[in-house]
Design a protein around this ligand. Structure first.
Ligand code: TYM
Length: 336
């Protein structure tokens, strides 16, 4: 019987800081839940990370730790192609080509560029600006159907679609035009200390974000201290406009327990924030505990990690190079 070809999913995370609860709930959890349905490619976006200055040994350590965390979160390397972006040269190669099909005006409108260039005023480099063309290359090389990301990456995914359509419009159907795949709950986890800003790997305030490798006592302390709202109501009710702090905690609790927002309101009806906040902390601790323990174990096995990323790069290169060859031919490069 002919094998039915699975649809393809692809995504990546920059090893530019410790993975947070936001990266997990907005992205990785979604990848894991869909493993069996799709043909999957997940990578460590180390080339993107250097658009902001990194300490080289930290970047190396975090890239490997991120791979261990992917596996610990449930991404089985047998069912997912796990690789390091810089190990597949086709990313840089297609990235250059797509730079020539991405407009200055489009790049100027990217929120991530505006945000990062205002945070790193002394280093507004070309890579930071053209980053979305490399991200389009990361995606289009694998002809994916879906790109599972958090809400903040939607704009980059839309630009990828525009670039793909522009290229296809000139040269015929070279790229599949992928769709972003954004979770219903957890697509935008906010800082625990400033619930109108996104929880981020590069947050300067350590109390705002939860890291996947964090100790249970620290997680609990941060949730107990999480900023709730200054309204007089003091009840657990979902209303992101007037109660961003509580609503963020409800999103987190919902994402880790699977309970609906309505069920959460009922569960904590008549109970104050003093009961609600530690309950969210405990639920997060129980979700992260096995991930942390497994990641710590895998991190010690360097030979295993190496075998996974080498095999991943081999598989990824095979797919990526097929697309790159097609593109080079279309634009008129002489065959190698
Ligand atoms: P990055 O590294 O900033 O984030 C990785 C993933 O985690 C999601 N995420 C969040 N989701 C919910 N709440 C949060 N607070 C939160 N913080 C992060 C992000 O939406 C993302 O899905 N440009 C990308 C990396 C990248 C990529 C790609 C992604 C490079 N090439 C190709 C997909 C496909 C980035 O900076 O994500």
């Amino acid at each position: 019987m002919e094998e039915i070809k699975k649809k393809v999913m692809l995504s990546g995370i920059q090893p530019s800081g410790e993975l947070t609860l936001g990266s997990y709930l907005g992205a990785i959890k979604n990848w894991v839940e869909r493993t069996d349905e799709f043909d999957n490619y997940y990578f460590m976006a180390d080339m993107h990370s250097i658009t902001v200055r990194q300490n080289p040994s930290d970047l190396r350590r975090r890239t490997l730790q991120q791979l261990a965390q992917y596996i610990a979160c449930g991404l089985d390397p047998e069912k997912n192609t796990l690789f390091i972006q810089s190990h597949v040269p086709a990313h840089a190669e297609l990235g250059w080509v797509l730079n020539c099909y991405t407009m200055f005006g489009e790049l100027s409108r990217m929120t991530q560029f505006k945000d990062k260039s205002s945070k790193h005023k002394d280093n507004i480099n070309g890579g930071l600006f053209t980053y979305p063309a490399l991200m389009a290359a990361d995606i289009l090389l694998y002809q994916p159907d879906y790109v599972p990301v958090g809400e903040d990456q939607k704009q980059h995914c839309e630009l990828t679609r525009d670039v793909a359509q522009r290229f296809n419009g000139i040269y015929g159907d070279v790229f599949k035009v992928p769709e972003p795949y954004i979770p219903k709950v957890g697509a935008r986890i906010m800082s625990l200390t400033d619930p109108v800003s996104k929880m981020s790997k590069s947050d300067k305030d350590p109390n705002g974000s939860i890291h996947l490798m964090e100790k249970p006592e620290d997680i609990l302390r941060k949730f107990k201290r999480a900023v709730t709202d200054s309204d007089t109501e003091r009840c657990v009710r979902y209303d992101p406009e007037t109660k961003p702090g509580v609503s963020n905690l409800m999103q987190i609790y919902s994402a880790v327990t699977g309970k609906s927002l309505q069920e959460i309101e009922t569960e904590f009806d008549g109970k104050g924030y003093g009961v609600f906040k530690p309950a969210v902390g405990e639920a997060v601790i129980e979700t992260l505990r096995p991930i942390r323990q497994e990641a710590e174990r895998i991190m010690k096995d360097k030979a295993y990690l190496e075998s996974v990323y080498k095999e991943g790069a081999k598989k990824a290169s095979y797919t990526a190079e097929k697309t790159l060859r097609k593109v080079y031919k279309k634009v008129g490069f002489v065959e190698r």
